[in-house]
Design a protein around this ligand. Structure first.
Ligand code: HEC
Ligand code: HEC
Length: 268
């Protein structure tokens, strides 16, 4: 069986395990999964599309914002091929794209070049996008990963996939290695893995979608921080929308949660 299929079967198995133990949190300790590599030579377009879906939902952290909570266009529900055409026909569109692939790539690499009406940063009158540039920190997608995401978005509603399969892997960016979720070893890794920095100023991120976490320890106890992560909508911080994903507790190992709580409680 091609390696990619094995990797996906593996990830799926793991996802089921995560769901199964969700309710046991925070008592559970996890076992690190073995590292899995994908053989680019054996990659088919179906495998590439599946990889793009996995990146969209995991490493890319796209679903943290692109979901049904109104924070960003719900890409999984929208028919995106037609949507992209409409955006490019908008008189406010000043980008350089002339086809769906170009629009999707531009949206990821230069989010503020065109901001979908109503979704701009507060006070920017839709001139500044809150979306992070996906090939930079904290998301850091490689060119191959970006192509895979485009292939997924083009294919999900039955459209033509115009991106080409990768033919070689640049030494610095073995994109597909990241597919299998591994258990974070440090608080910093956990913060990166769960995409906290897409919304919060923390570590080297300056995101402003949620409150800064750089000084959270000065205003909240470890217990309050834990509660904010596990059950974010119980208390919504004034001046912010209730858009922090409510499912972190289902996706984290107890150890990951506790490392983050300890790290944040010390950030003053
Ligand atoms: C922190 C929140 C956030 C994250 C994370 C995020 N986006 Fe976005 N994205 C937005 C917002 C808000 C918009 C709408 C404003 C704009 O046009 O830039 C948007 C717009 C887009 C658009 C244009 C949609 C349209 O209807 O024209 C695409 C395509 C897109 N994002 C793809 C992605 C992909 C792929 C990822 C993951 C690799 C991602 N985004 C991650 C917030 C986010
Ligand atoms: C999609 C955006 C988003 C992501 C991703 C996100 N948050 Fe949040 N977070 C918010 C928003 C918005 C608030 C303020 C509203 C609220 O309290 O729910 C918030 C509130 C918090 C608070 C309470 C802050 C305070 O000042 O009391 C903590 C702690 C927190 N988040 C930690 C995290 C951690 C840790 C992660 C990653 C595991 C994370 N968040 C991921 C958007 C996000």
């Amino acid at each position: 069986m091609p390696t990619i299929v094995k990797v996906l079967a593996f990830s799926l198995g793991l996802a089921l395990v995560f769901t199964g133990i969700a309710n046991l949190l925070p008592q559970v300790e996890g076992q690190a999964p073995e590292e899995v590599k994908v053989d680019i030579g054996a990659l088919t377009m179906d495998g590439f599309i599946a990889l793009g879906e996995n990146i969209f939902k995991n490493k890319g952290t796209c679903t943290l914002c692109h979901n049904n909570m109104g924070r960003a266009p719900n890409i999984l529900e929208l028919e995106m091929n037609g949507t992209c055409e409409e955006r490019m026909a908008d008189e406010r569109y000043k980008g350089a794209a002339s086809d769906v692939e170009g629009y999707l790539r531009e949206s990821m690499l230069d989010p503020s070049i065109y901001v979908v009406k109503g979704y701009g940063k507060k006070g920017s009158n839709d001139t500044q996008s809150p979306m992070p540039t996906v090939n930079k920190a904290p998301i850091h997608l490689s060119d191959i990963e970006i192509d895979a995401v485009i292939a997924f978005i083009q294919a999900k509603d039955g459209g033509d996939v115009t991106v080409a399969l990768p033919t070689d892997v640049p030494a610095a960016a073995p994109a597909v290695e990241a597919v299998a979720p591994t258990i974070a070893a440090t608080a910093e890794e956990a913060i990166a893995k769960f995409g906290c920095s897409a919304c919060h100023a923390v570590l080297d991120s300056v995101a402003e979608v949620g409150p800064s976490l750089k000084d959270i320890g000065a205003r909240s106890s470890a217990q309050e921080i834990r509660h904010s992560i596990v059950n974010p909508n119980a208390i919504v911080v004034d001046g912010f929308a209730p858009i922090m994903p409510p499912d972190f507790a289902d996706r984290m190992m107890a150890k990951e949660l506790e490392m983050m709580v300890e790290f944040l409680a010390q950030s003053k």
